[in-house]
Design a protein around this ligand. Structure first.
Ligand SMILES: *[C@@H]1O[C@H](CO)[C@@H](O)[C@H](O)[C@H]1NC(C)=O
Ligand SMILES: *[C@@H]1O[C@H](CO)[C@@H](O)[C@H](O)[C@H]1NC(C)=O
Ligand SMILES: *[C@@H]1O[C@H](CO)[C@@H](O)[C@H](O)[C@H]1NC(C)=O
Ligand SMILES: *[C@@H]1O[C@H](CO)[C@@H](O)[C@H](O)[C@H]1NC(C)=O
Ligand SMILES: *[C@@H]1O[C@H](CO)[C@@H](O)[C@H](O)[C@H]1NC(C)=O
Ligand SMILES: *[C@@H]1O[C@H](CO)[C@@H](O)[C@H](O)[C@H]1NC(C)=O
Ligand SMILES: *[C@@H]1O[C@H](CO)[C@@H](O)[C@H](O)[C@H]1NC(C)=O
Ligand SMILES: *[C@@H]1O[C@H](CO)[C@@H](O)[C@H](O)[C@H]1NC(C)=O
Ligand SMILES: *[C@@H]1O[C@H](CO)[C@@H](O)[C@H](O)[C@H]1NC(C)=O
Ligand SMILES: *[C@@H]1O[C@H](CO)[C@@H](O)[C@H](O)[C@H]1NC(C)=O
Length: 639
């Protein structure tokens, strides 16, 4: 009953806001800002660059995963761990009203629809959550998540029509309370809540209606409210196109190549959205740049070119739709659309080698590069030819106080050409043209690369740098004050001193190269396919406070070479505990972050033999593949 009364109080205050606004309705542009809230908590905050959680600047890098499409709560941790192992720190999820209130007035989130086990699993894996409870979700679900009984209601959907409001009240009150209880302010990991879903077109003159859009503001939600405009129209953003609303952080979605799953290599001319940065500056430059859904439709080449295009605009709230595919059971899916989007974790929860691994490399790079979080994206209007003098290439710069990032791609983003180039970058040592040791760099077709300058990163007292690139082609790296150099593995690395820096130059091959510098830096040089086998996973949460500090690996998380999947890494009392999945007997190698003189190494809780190099601390072992043993029930014999 208490709950009921609380709901009524909440609904009343919604009604009060609505009444107040009705008197000035129809001219939303004239309104002052009655719907904007003062911050209601101080755990999740933001500035123009990024979110902060408990004062720690984060990039919210998340994968979309819908619990109702995997109605087996015992498997949720599996998916969360696979997303965590990508180097992501977030999951975005919808809830489906039709499944929770199939009969009007009977909200029932229990059994496989209970969300608490989903929140628990997120907490165990250390994953922040973006809750997207609708009521309209689209989600390629039949009816966009609307229950069937709503079809009998003549109310105007997605408006302030009292009939529609009445129909949604019960759902909004209940789901609002469930999500509210899981907010980080209440010990959970929900740090963002999305208002409605792609509310970017609708019934005029009601649309765009900031008051209808203010749903959930009064449902006990105190964490920031984010929007996801279907396209970057700027609806409800805080810029010159301002429409005062409950939105704290403006975001938009991006499906730049449409939905043609059958033709992953058909990339029409001029379909790369290079204008996002200019729109962001106009629409919402005081909030972190947020892409709340980026399509995950095509090939790994798509991830390289399109994700990095978004990184070149300093996106720091970034969600990939879908990351786990899930199942269309019980006529859940809209018959006209795919739910798949080429998800990197497929319906059987298999980690797809190329797409998953490419996504992992990119996320790992950003998470190991906190300078990215505050680097300022530069106007890319003149990206063609900049820094390279070659009009076939486009470079967009992200400038920080010290570290700079330069994202390069073909100017014609769909080009299949191989283009050789030199690049001249501003550095603390003045402009440097790379490569310094002769030859040229090259970009191969639908690829995009980060060049970095003054990239400075401390990895505890032993520093390990893992760098990778595509097979073939010349690569170069300069280390300031590198000191004495020795190549401890592999061959073909040219070494020279330039401007007080040690310059390394090599042709990329599948042979691993390891370079030791006496400045206490060890560099692993890998081709992309080899790099896929390396993992950096945050160390586990403090189970007492359940306070997960993401990016623990900034200082301490080991770098592990493993096989098909590494799930968790723990370092405790001179032991290293690894869990993961194998598809064959696999060599393990902990190349950084192992305590010296470890006494035990476990793989899936079993102690396994290992060797540790006393000088480098590197741990090597073999994890032996065993076929799983299981018995399948004889269904014919049951009942
Ligand atoms: C809620 O759903 C569960 C199954 O998910 C069912 O066992 C229970 O009876 C339902 N409760 C009500 C009140 O309908
Ligand atoms: C970039 O420069 C172009 C041309 O000068 C200008 O139209 C555009 O608004 C600028 N974009 C930003 C984000 O400043
Ligand atoms: C650069 O440094 C100044 C002073 O320390 C700081 O206020 C500013 O936020 C920094 N800018 C970036 C982009 O990191
Ligand atoms: C950059 O090059 C691409 C491909 O040639 C072209 O489509 C685009 O219009 C160019 N951009 C500018 C600003 O000239
Ligand atoms: C690829 O290179 C050829 C030869 O230089 C050039 O004619 C063509 O325009 C290039 N294609 C693209 C898409 O840039
Ligand atoms: C570096 O190059 C840029 C662009 O070519 C130029 O504007 C700048 O003056 C150069 N800086 C120095 C120190 O040479
Ligand atoms: C959670 O972790 C952060 C960062 O380490 C720390 O500042 C904060 O005090 C911790 N909170 C609790 C409740 O332990
Ligand atoms: C097994 O996993 C490895 C990655 O460790 C991958 O290269 C290989 O393709 C996988 N094999 C199969 C049959 O999936
Ligand atoms: C596992 O099972 C497969 C198929 O039954 C078999 O080919 C393979 O040899 C087995 N491997 C091991 C290590 O037992
Ligand atoms: C499964 O059960 C049926 C019915 O009891 C029986 O006929 C059949 O032999 C059983 N199959 C196996 C593989 O045990």
């Amino acid at each position: 009953m208490l709950f009921r009364r609380l709901c009524q109080a909440a609904l009343l205050s919604v009604a009060a806001v609505q009444t107040a606004a009705m008197t000035i309705g129809g001219k939303p542009g004239m309104m002052t800002k009655p719907y904007k809230r003062a911050p209601l908590q101080n755990i999740v905050t933001w500035d123009e660059h990024s979110l902060f959680v408990r004062g720690e600047r984060i990039m919210f890098y998340s994968g979309e995963f819908h619990p109702f499409r995997l109605p087996v709560p015992g498997l949720w941790l599996d998916v969360f761990q696979k997303i965590k192992a990508l180097g992501y720190n977030g999951v975005s999820f919808y809830t489906d009203w039709a499944l929770l209130e199939g009969k009007q007035g009977e909200f029932n989130a229990s059994g496989v629809f209970a969300l608490e086990p989903f929140f628990e699993a997120a907490q165990t894996a250390g994953i922040y959550l973006l809750a997207r409870p609708g009521p309209y979700i689209n989600a390629e679900a039949l009816g966009g998540g609307y229950p069937g009984w709503l079809q009998r209601d003549p109310a105007l959907l997605r408006t302030r029509d009292l009939g529609y409001e009445h129909a949604t009240d019960n759902y909004v009150a209940h789901i609002g309370a469930i999500v509210a209880a899981a907010q980080i302010t209440n010990g959970g990991l929900v740090i963002l809540v999305q208002l409605e879903n792609e509310y970017s077109q609708g019934i005029v003159p009601a649309f765009p209606d900031p008051i209808y859009f203010g749903y959930y503001r009064n449902a006990g939600i105190v964490v920031p409210l984010i929007s996801n405009d279907a396209y970057p129209h700027g609806y409800f953003a805080d810029g010159p196109l301002r429409r005062p609303s409950a939105v704290d952080i403006y975001g938009h979605d991006g499906y730049p190549l449409g939905f043609d799953c059958a033709n992953p290599y058909t990339w029409p001319d001029d379909a790369l959205p290079t204008y996002y940065l200019t729109l962001y500056e106009e629409q919402s430059s005081s909030t972190p740049y947020s892409i709340v859904e980026l399509e995950e439709l095509l090939s790994p080449e798509f991830e390289r070119v399109f994700y990095k295009n978004d990184f070149s605009f300093s996106v720091t709230i970034f969600n990939i739709y879908m990351t786990y595919r899930g199942t269309n059971w019980g006529n859940l899916g809209h018959p006209g659309t795919s739910y798949d989007y080429g998800a990197m974790i497929d319906e059987m929860r298999v980690v797809t080698r190329e797409k998953y691994s490419e996504a992992k490399l990119e996320a790992n790079f950003l998470q190991a590069s906190p300078a990215y979080f505050t680097a300022v994206a530069q106007n890319n209007t003149n990206a063609n030819g900049s820094y390279t003098g070659n009009d076939a290439l486009a470079v967009t710069a992200l400038l920080g106080n010290v570290t700079n990032f330069f994202v390069i791609r073909h100017a014609a983003y769909n080009s299949l050409n191989t283009t050789n180039y030199h690049i001249t970058l501003p550095t603390s040592k003045g402009n440097i043209t790379i490569p310094q040791l002769g030859g040229s760099l090259s970009l191969h077709g639908r690829d995009s690369k980060f060049h970095v300058s003054d990239y400075n990163k401390q990895y505890g007292n032993k520093r390990v740098l893992v760098i990778y690139g595509g097979l073939g082609g010349e690569h170069e790296l300069a280390v300031a004050s590198g000191g004495h150099v020795s190549i401890t593995e592999g061959s073909g690395v040219k070494i020279a001193q330039r401007k007080g820096a040690t310059v390394l130059n090599w042709q990329m091959s599948s042979e691993r190269k390891v370079v030791d510098l006496s400045c206490d830096l060890k560099i692993y040089i890998l081709d992309r396919n080899s790099a896929y086998d390396y993992w950096v996973i945050d160390l586990p949460s403090d189970l007492v406070t359940r306070n997960y500090t993401n990016y623990a690996h900034f200082n301490s998380a080991p770098i592990v070479k493993a096989g098909y999947l590494l799930r968790t890494v723990e370092v405790a009392d001179g032991c290293i505990h690894l869990t993961g999945d194998l598809n064959s007997t696999t060599a393990l190698e902990v190349i950084g972050g192992a305590p010296s003189h470890i006494s035990e190494l476990t793989w899936n809780s079993e102690s396994i033999p290992f060797k540790q190099d006393h000088r480098t601390g590197v741990v090597t072992a073999t994890a032996t593949y065993k076929n799983a043993t299981y018995s399948i029930p004889n269904l014919s014999a049951i009942g």
